[in-house]
Ligand binder design. Structure first.
Ligand SMILES: Nc1ncnc2c1ncn2[C@@H]1O[C@H](COP(=O)(O)OP(=O)(O)OP(=O)(O)O)[C@@H](O)[C@H]1O
Ligand SMILES: [Mg+2]
Length: 200
């Protein structure tokens, strides 16, 4: 009977932990949506290198935990106009997806390579992983709402990311498969307005 009790306790603990994690995620999603539709939010000019570093800090421990090496290659400084929290949310989702793909694929030396490529009018942030890439046939579907291949996924991440980048940042978000994984590219118009920056 004692053995059974322990099993029960174990099972309950695990179930409670899972439940709490899911609730946390769901309330985060609700908050995201609430913010997304807030009409009074302010569009500002922000530095891409800074936002990448800040976002990386949020997932650093988790990536290290999974033995994933991260590199960051920055062309030169670039600022964009829009909503830094939303932009960070997009990066966070793409980094989490990369981590999930790496863990799922079981590759030994997981790596995520981030690049900031600055051209005349556009600044593109690329996130490349070696998690095996998006399975053929679903590359067109990954930006659809509720499309997920994960047992506990919502499928909202990339849909919302695309909305944020296209509607709120006037940019583009695309996914491609490369040699050993996927690369996501976020391209946004560069904000060139030093006078305005003085007042920020
Ligand atoms: N880096 C990647 N490598 C391989 N497949 C990916 C990658 N990123 C996304 N995908 C695929 O795209 C699907 C949709 O991603 P999305 O972020 O929208 O939802 P999710 O990650 O499944 O769920 P959630 O974001 O709620 O955790 C994923 O389920 C996965 O199949
Ligand atoms: Mg996701």
């Amino acid at each position: 009977a004692h053995a059974f009790q322990e099993l029960d306790q174990h099972y309950l603990d695990a179930a409670v932990t899972d439940g709490q994690r899911l609730i946390q995620k769901m309330s985060m999603t609700i908050d995201d949506f609430r913010n997304f539709f807030r009409p009074d939010k302010q569009s500002i000019r922000f530095n891409l290198h800074t936002i990448i570093q800040e976002t990386l800090q949020l997932v650093d421990a988790s990536l290290k935990n999974h033995g994933i090496a991260v590199t960051l290659h920055v062309d030169k400084a670039a600022a964009v106009q829009g909503y830094p929290n939303e932009y960070s949310q997009v990066l966070l989702n793409i980094l989490t997806n990369a981590k999930d793909a790496i863990v799922e694929s079981g590759v030994n030396h997981g790596r995520i390579d981030i690049g900031l490529n600055v051209a005349e009018n556009m600044a593109a942030v690329t996130v490349a992983d070696n998690g095996g890439g998006v399975p053929s046939g679903i590359l067109e579907k990954i930006f659809d709402p509720y499309f997920t291949t994960k047992e506990k996924g919502t499928g909202i991440g990339l849909y919302m990311s695309k909305m944020i980048i296209e509607n709120n940042m006037k940019g583009t978000l695309r996914a491609d498969n490369v040699d050993h994984g996927a690369v996501f590219s976020i391209a946004c118009p560069i904000a060139k307005n030093p006078q305005k920056a003085l007042h920020e």
